[in-house]
Design a protein around this ligand. Structure first.
Ligand code: ZN
Length: 308
């Protein structure tokens, strides 16, 4: 009887111990083990046809080495904050709740109603980073959810500032997930117009910032284990963007890295329409994170060689 009691006490304390210890998360199993890092780069306001007209050697190398479509679609609310939130949460604006594009004069900060890719990855034990060129991105930085954060203190920062901070973070900690936002093309669009010569110059200059990210991956020794996904939040026409205008809604979607099909135009698959929510879903798939039941996006599996 006494022995039984001891056994019961032991059982109870073991059970209690488990209850008190942190939730044990099993390590995610990645479908392409060679992919250890993901960098999502958003060139704010990059309309696909302008990217094709521009002299962008780095982007063209990505096309040669990767899978792509210039007919991907952003959210119907094709403005910066709702679109970027959908890109990194995998859901449409009605679900994440960020349907405005300005700093709100609220006493309490507002964050998306669903976790960001960085938050989900962080919970699974990955090191994460966000480097953004506009101060309004603060709303994606729920305290404690991203390992390394740089958000420009200005309403509109510069690509140069973003590239410099991204270089530092990649060199220092080689994050598994890095989200990079380049603002200059959007700034040139609002000042001089989408399709203007001035914006074209900004697009071409942005290619050099893109090259700096690849160089940073090289220098950190992780280029060969990184998937880079280049996209945008929206295009534009005249001095603006928004509403349900096709010139605002089409975005480039270019992916390159281990396991990605080379020189593969995704429009060969007639039924496939890549949407900005697919960016988060694809990153989750690569990281071995679950496809959340509430996701609107799907992993773009046709961009990859069949997984063995
Ligand atoms: Zn804009």
């Amino acid at each position: 009887m006494k022995r039984l009691l001891v056994a019961l006490i032991l059982c109870a304390s073991v059970a209690l111990g488990f209850a008190q210890s942190p939730v044990l998360v099993s390590k995610p199993v990645r479908p392409i083990p060679a992919v250890e890092h993901i960098v999502i780069i958003s060139i704010d306001g990059l309309r696909p046809d302008r990217a094709l007209i521009a002299n962008m050697p780095t982007l063209r190398t990505m096309l040669r080495d990767g899978a792509y479509t210039f007919w991907a679609k952003t959210t119907a609310v094709s403005i910066t904050l709702p679109s970027h939130t959908s890109m990194i949460t995998g859901v449409i604006p009605r679900k994440h709740g960020i349907e405005w594009n300005v700093d709100l004069p609220l006493s309490q900060p507002v964050y998306p109603k669903v976790p960001t890719l960085m938050e989900m990855a962080g919970k699974a034990g990955y090191v994460t980073a966000m480097i953004a060129g506009k101060d309004k991105f603060e709303f994606l930085n729920k305290p404690g959810t991203i390992t390394h954060v740089y958000i420009s203190p200005k309403a509109t920062g510069t690509n140069d500032e973003v590239a410099t901070e991204a270089e530092k973070i990649i060199a220092a900690d080689r994050p598994a997930v890095t989200f990079v936002h380049f603002p200059d093309v959007d700034v040139a669009g609002h000042a001089k117009g989408w399709g203007s010569r001035e914006q074209l110059a900004a697009i071409e200059k942005t290619d050099t910032h893109l090259a700096r990210i690849f160089a940073a991956l090289d220098a950190a020794g992780i280029r060969g284990s990184t998937v880079v996904l280049l996209t945008a939040d929206h295009g534009g026409a005249g001095l603006t963007h928004g509403a349900d205008d096709p010139r605002s809604r089409h975005i480039p979607w270019i992916i390159v890295g281990p396991g990605v099909r080379k020189n593969f135009d995704l429009t060969q698959i007639e039924a496939l329409e890549v949407r900005t929510e697919d960016t988060c879903a694809t990153a989750c798939w690569l990281l071995g994170l679950p496809q959340m039941p509430y996701f609107d996006g799907h992993p773009v599996l046709t961009a990859f060689d069949p997984v063995q």
